[in-house]
Design a binder for this molecule. Structure first.
Ligand code: UN1
Length: 499
């Protein structure tokens, strides 16, 4: 069978005739066939979302949240099964597949629970008999474009708060993970969400582009690559009434100072660089290590990187699954080639895995292992500035103080995540205050953020927070409501009310 789009409460084929397949990146197996959405399908979904707004907004926040509580329970009840789906479709090892599902229900719990919290502010006024408030209203139709690497969690980052606040949604899942998209759409259907409130169109960039440039979309939430995010931001900026919150990539650094506990340093670096095969936007590709501990850190880190278990992501013993697509393996290989030219030394090169490393029956997987190199620091080296989105890691030795380390750390076009490893609180505080990132960690990997914190970056990493609690800013309008309780008109700022 060919899976369809979910528009206006119906499963539909849409306008196009093309279909596409979802493929397991670990073995090349086809997981399902899906209708490929067109810009016209997006238009239908937007029309449905637009028409559904009034009724949805006439309900209380708490009533709207009830639909999400149903989904919360389903995500929890199906934890193992859905974790395996995530792992099969995007290749993350199984604990990560399950963590993706957990992060989704955490977000739903946060948003649905938040429905019972006060919204807006009571604000003081200069005038005694005047009441002033900041009230929040839904923006209307929210368009969501989500990536493949968190195919369950990130859609809920975007949609959970947007829906509770009274917006209706048009969502395009990543083309690499349509099966997760299908399952989430079925959950909304099973929860009985009113027609048109939630719409899902499968497809590629042309469908996504229609979400971005359509006049009836009020907010665009985008999580994905810096290139596409920049286009989304530029397009949306042409329409002053529209908002975009984009969260893009990173070239994230970990600073290991001369005061570091090296057990924590090696552990944090390995987690940050190789979990998800380096394909988190928060993954670390730069390790900035003080000269006093450099040799020992290098030896220990390289030892782990040489041994890290790459293999079937459904196996509990696997640390790293495959890359998402053959084209992505090629991109990683190209950057490994570039690093071979720019590096002082290549320390680990598992670009091509040996036949004995590839699990039986998985010969068609998109395999690529860790690549680790050291450079003589030069800010112009492309390999240490451009995001690879893979297990491609540079070791950068520094001498001097924490100020120098943070200077190197900040010297990339990106600013998403980073960490400092140190036992010295002054160094830690310096890093916290000066690291140009949205997510800063001390003595931890720079991955694994929790949904109740803001998630987003600075510089090329983003222009907003399409995630977690901060989504509220992108999916609501703030209105100032002022009420005079007296029979006289008295104005603020000493403005005369005489007529
Ligand atoms: C991403 O890498 O695109 O902080 C999102 C983390 C996860 C989300 C990552 N909570 O690693």
């Amino acid at each position: 069978m060919t899976y369809q789009h979910y528009i206006d409460g119906e499963w539909v084929d849409g306008h196009g005739t093309d279909t596409f397949e979802s493929t397991n990146p670990a073995n090349g197996e086809t997981l399902g066939e899906f209708r490929q959405g067109t810009p016209e399908d997006i238009e239908d979904a937007i029309a449905a979302a637009d028409a559904a707004e009034d009724e949805w907004q006439s309900m209380s926040r708490i009533a709207r949240a009830e639909y999400l509580w149903d989904i919360y329970h389903e995500l929890k009840d199906r934890h193992q099964e859905l974790g395996e789906v995530v792992t099969k479709e995007c290749g993350k090892e199984i604990s990560e597949g399950k963590a993706d599902v957990a992060e989704a229900w955490h977000m739903v719990e946060w948003a649905a629970g938040d429905a019972r919290h006060p919204k807006g502010d009571v604000v003081p006024s200069e005038i005694a008999d005047k009441d002033a408030y900041m009230r929040r209203k839904p923006r209307g139709v929210v368009g969501c474009i989500t990536p493949w690497n968190f195919p369950v969690a990130i859609p809920f980052w975007h949609m959970a708060v947007a829906l509770v606040e009274g917006n209706t949604v048009v969502w395009k899942p990543a083309e690499q993970t349509p099966w997760c998209g299908q399952i989430i759409a079925e959950m909304f259907e099973d929860a009985g969400i009113p027609e048109g409130v939630f719409n899902m169109v499968q497809g590629f960039g042309d469908a996504g582009a229609r979400i971005v440039d359509h006049d009836d979309v009020d907010t665009v939430l985008f999580t994905g690559s810096a290139e596409v995010g920049q286009e989304v931001g530029q397009k949306v900026a042409e329409d002053p009434g529209k908002l975009a919150a984009c969260e893009m990539g990173g070239k994230n650094g970990i600073v290991v100072t001369e005061e570091a506990d090296l057990d924590i340093a090696v552990h944090s670096a390995v987690m940050s660089s190789f979990k998800t095969t380096g394909q988190r936007c928060v993954s670390s590709e730069r390790l900035i290590v003080h000269e006093d501990v450099y040799d020992e850190f290098k030896e220990r880190y390289v030892e782990v990187a040489k041994d890290v278990a790459v293999g079937d992501p459904l196996d509990e013993g696997t640390f790293m699954g495959p890359a998402i697509e053959p084209e992505h393996v090629e991109k990683i290989q190209k950057y490994n080639d570039l690093a071979r030219e720019e590096a002082k030394n290549v320390l680990v090169d598992r670009t091509e895995l040996g036949d004995d490393e590839i699990p039986e029956g998985h010969e068609d997987g998109n395999w690529v292992g860790p690549f680790v190199y050291e450079v003589d620091y030069d800010p112009d080296l492309r390999s240490i500035k451009e995001e690879v989105f893979g297990p491609h890691v540079a070791l950068i030795e520094y001498s001097g103080d924490i100020e120098r380390a943070v200077e190197i750390h900040n010297d990339t076009p990106y600013g998403l995540a980073g960490a400092v490893i140190s036992e010295d609180y002054r160094q830690i505080n310096y890093y916290r205050d000066n690291a140009e990132v949205g997510l800063a960690y001390g003595n931890l990997p720079c991955i694994g953020a929790e949904v109740q914190l803001p998630f987003g970056g600075v510089k090329k990493s983003g222009n907003g927070y399409p995630s977690a609690r901060e989504v509220i800013e992108a999916v609501t309008e703030r209105t100032a409501w002022t009420l005079n309780n007296s029979k006289d008109i008295e104005m603020a700022q000493g403005l005369s009310a005489d007529i």
